[in-house]
Design a protein around this ligand. Structure first.
Ligand code: 4AZ
Length: 827
């Protein structure tokens, strides 16, 4: 290797390039060479050094040096940024909020003041105990602090301690911090008292009521405003006099308002909402949430309102002497406004002993707890009835509720124990009668939902056990009695379809006069005659009677079945307002890793047959429209609507209650064979009619802003293959509960996940959609109103039920405006 020092000094440009300098200095093998150079160039060294220094500052070297300096500065800045900013941002802060009851401490009014010495000393004591517990736990290195945010009185004695726990965890480690794990640590530290075998344990010297312990994950915004560490609007309001209504007129001044309501000790709170203005259509950014505690504890939500209303009063009752309202809004210009009042009311005992009179008929009423308010969770009412004769039983008549035998799926709207038999309660849109054929009847009602529930009022009375309905009457499945003449007249007089079952429908005669023909034919919203004569003259104003429909504004139109037939018949459109979706009817008599569905359990499920074979699934949106996956109709042959039939109200494959051909297929204009925009609307050639409503129901379309959160549970249904290796689909409709998987995890599996796709399944595999399920529904139930909505459409996936490869669905909320553009009347 030739070294630069061996070159003539007369060529300084070559010699003094930066690379040459570095070669001279760094080369270990260059040592003998260096010596040689030193020997050779001995007398020239001084002058060369000078030349070198001069040359170093010449223009090209200046640039190189400048670049090197810049590079060093950039490296240092990056390291500092990484240490001080990114490393901090790569951490998540998790907030947990909870409460427990201290049984051995009496409440002092001073505890209401956070700066009082009583509050400070009690909270410091509790915080120290919690610090000790979490600092010695497996989560010690993530534990940051605990804060006692409130100490309040409690109707059952002792006091309630409300607290926050804060953990700082590296990003992605959050999953290990489940609510149950964090609460188990504190609970385990409380040694259950063995001596008196009560559920009171001791946390150091504090007697903690273990049954009172609740803890859930909380929001940062709630943490900052309830601990006074951030901005936000907060009120503490007291109902400290009985029989007085305290007005509530709140406008949120910033994104979130916390309003604590506290009643006189020994009483509960009733909040009445007169009106509420909320602007957006999703519960995350805009909502009024009522909590059954002083802190925003998720598991103690009583009710959540996410839409504006000012039509009728709604009132809610707490189970203790406190309630928290949070009013949230994303809007800056239009702040939410709440108008109502609250009051302290006595705790109510429901139930009683009732001896009926000798006569037949309804004679009294039993209400839900705190009627007409929404009834709170955790209640038991026991009524004991005694009739005067062995031949008389007890009948209970409800306007909006039905009692049915308990099934394996839980009772979410109250459960009933009637003469040792278990039943579930459900809300309906019609009257029902429940009869107990015994002169001695014991009725227990248990509130079973965590949320407040709509009130009910049951009328009770005697009935003749051997003749439940008067002579000349028919007993519907709903229990109500209708006149025999109303059977098989094409009108659902029972409201459950039972009077129209097993009826021979007279042939339709398009040439005869329509005045005395069967009701399911004339003015039913479907053109049964080719020229549509059966649907003409249906909407003219007529006198209101049994054969007309009453629009709002007291106008009656000739078309009897105008309500919710997706055709606007009333001049003011009132016949198409408040139509239901996402409701499972009361008339209820493969998928991988699923089980057989019950008949009518998924009334929006459709099987699409191509050339007479089951090919895809779909969901009912209205009497005339279905929603499915675009890829089912890919290519010239599959895109021809004439090759398809839709099978609705079906349980066993091939045995549908209603079959029709397809009139039109609307595939999303951006669908291009890669599963993105995998959505299509199908128009039916003929509509299903109201008498089928017990088997066929539309599902709700989620609003654009309603995103289904990861971890929530939904159901996928279909007649597709039950195993990846199967060669044909299932005969009975299958259902499987699947979990929504977060977008990042799914993306890390597939990579190809667009914002219009959501993933669901189990990380362990096993529960999934498979071939033949495509186009079918991923149905989720909304907590607020119990309605079912279509979160996804079965689209694709790698195999079926494989571990780490969840099913991929089209995210329906992303297509809300596309669907509404085509079907403006859909809910
Ligand atoms: C299909 O071919 C299909 N595991 C649907 C869903 C999935 C796989 C295949 C997801 O219809």
């Amino acid at each position: 290797m030739e070294t630069p020092m061996e070159k003539e000094p007369s060529k300084p440009e070559e010699e003094l390039s930066v690379s040459n300098v570095s070669l001279q200095m760094d080369s270990a093998e260059g040592k003998p060479a260096k010596r040689r150079v030193l020997r050779k160039a001995h007398g020239q060294l001084k002058s060369r050094k000078k030349a070198k220094r001069r040359a170093l500052w010449e223009f090209p070297n200046k640039i190189i040096l400048f670049t090197a300096v810049l590079f060093v500065i950039a490296v240092i800045t990056w390291s500092l940024l990484w240490v001080f900013i990114f490393r901090i941002e790569n951490k998540d802060v998790l907030y947990f909020v909870g409460l427990f009851r201290l049984a051995n401490v009496e409440f002092l009014p001073e505890y209401r003041q956070r700066d009082s010495k009583e509050f400070v000393s009690m909270s410091e004591n509790i915080q120290q105990v919690m610090n000790r517990v979490y600092k010695t736990s497996t989560f010690s290195k993530y534990y940051k602090l605990s804060i006692v945010s409130d100490i309040s009185s409690n109707n059952n004695g002792g006091l309630l301690v409300h607290f926050w726990l804060v953990f700082v965890v590296p990003q992605g480690k959050g999953q290990t911090f489940c609510e149950d794990c964090i609460s188990a640590i504190l609970k385990d530290s409380v040694q259950t008292s063995i001596l008196n075998r009560t559920s009171v344990g001791s946390l150091q010297s504090l007697a903690v009521d273990m049954d009172s312990f609740v803890l859930t994950i909380g929001l940062r915004s709630d943490y900052t405003s309830t601990t006074g560490t951030g901005l936000g609007c907060a009120y503490d309001l007291h109902a400290d006099r009985l029989g007085q209504r305290f007005p509530l007129d709140v406008s949120a001044v910033s994104g979130i308002c916390h309003i604590k309501l506290i009643a006189l000790l020994g009483h509960v709170l009733r909040l009445t909402i007169v009106s509420i203005q909320l602007t957006a259509d999703n519960c995350i950014t805009d909502s009024l949430t009522l909590y059954d505690s002083l802190m925003p504890i998720k598991s103690l939500i009583l009710y959540q309102i996410c839409e504006p209303f000012n039509e009728s009063l709604m009132s809610f009752v707490s189970t203790n002497n406190a309630m928290l309202l949070t009013l949230k809004s994303a809007q800056i210009k239009l702040l939410p406004k709440l108008d109502g009042y609250f009051e302290a009311i006595p705790q109510e005992q429901c139930g009683g002993t009732i001896s009926t009179t000798a006569g037949i008929g309804f004679e009294g009423k039993i209400p839900s707890p705190h009627y007409p308010s929404y009834y709170p969770p955790k209640c038991i009412c026991i009524w004991s009835f005694q009739t005067h004769h062995l031949r008389l039983g007890i009948a209970l008549k409800f306007q909006n509720y039905v009692i049915r035998a308990k099934t394996i799926s839980g009772c979410d709207h109250g459960w009933w124990k009637i003469n040792q038999q278990m039943y579930c309660g459900y809300y309906t849109d019609h009257q029902t009668v429940f009869r107990i054929a015994s002169p001695t009847v014991n009725v227990e009602f248990h509130c079973s939902s965590k949320l407040s529930q709509e009130p009910f009022l049951a009328e009770y009375g005697n009935y003749n056990i051997s003749l439940p309905c008067p002579a000349g009457h028919f007993q519907c499945t709903s229990g109500i009695c209708i006149q025999q003449a109303q059977r098989c007249d094409g009108v659902d007089d029972c409201f459950d379809g039972s009077d129209e079952l097993f009826c021979a429908i007279p042939p339709k005669d398009c040439n005869a006069s329509f005045s005395n023909q069967h009701n399911s034919f004339v003015c039913n919203g479907v053109n049964d005659c080719e020229d549509g004569r059966d649907e003409q003259n249906c909407t003219e104003s007529v006198p209101c009677n049994n054969n007309s429909f009453r629009c709002s504004g007291n106008i009656c139109i000739k078309k009897k079945n105008a309500k919710c037939d997706t055709l606007v018949d009333c001049p003011d459109g009132s016949d198409e307002r408040s139509c239901s979706c996402g409701m499972k009817t009361t008339f209820q008599k493969r998928i991988i890793g699923g089980s057989d569905a019950e008949e009518s359990e998924w009334p929006w499920q459709v099987s699409l047959h191509f050339a007479e074979s089951a090919y895809c699934g779909a969901s009912v949106l209205s009497k005339e429209w279905l929603l499915s996956a675009a890829h089912c109709f890919q290519g010239d042959i599959l895109s021809d609507p004439r090759s398809w039939t839709a099978h609705l109200g079906m349980h066993v494959q091939g045995k549908a209650k209603f079959v029709t051909s397809i009139k039109r297929i609307i595939v999303h204009e951006r669908y291009s064979n890669n599963f993105d925009y995998d959505i299509a609307l199908l128009q039916l050639s003929s509509s299903w009619v109201d008498t089928m409503k017990h088997f066929i129901q539309p599902i709700c379309i989620p609003p654009a802003a309603q995103k289904v959160s990861s971890g929530s549970k939904c159901w996928v249904t279909g007649w597709g293959r039950r195993l990846e290796a199967d060669t044909k689909g299932s005969t009975i409709l299958q259902k499987a509960e699947v979990e929504i998987i977060d977008q990042t995890t799914c993306y890390s599996t597939y990579g190809l996940i667009s914002p219009r796709m959501i993933c669901a399944g189990l990380i362990s595999g096993k529960r999934d959609a498979c071939k033949g399920d495509s186009g079918g529904p991923l149905s989720c139930q909304r907590k607020v109103d119990g309605k079912w909505y279509l979160a996804g459409i079965v689209s694709w996936g790698y195999g079926c039920g494989r571990p780490n490869f969840p099913g991929v669905y089209s995210s329906v909320s992303n297509f809300a405006s596309w669907i509404h553009k085509h079907l403006p009347f859909i809910l």
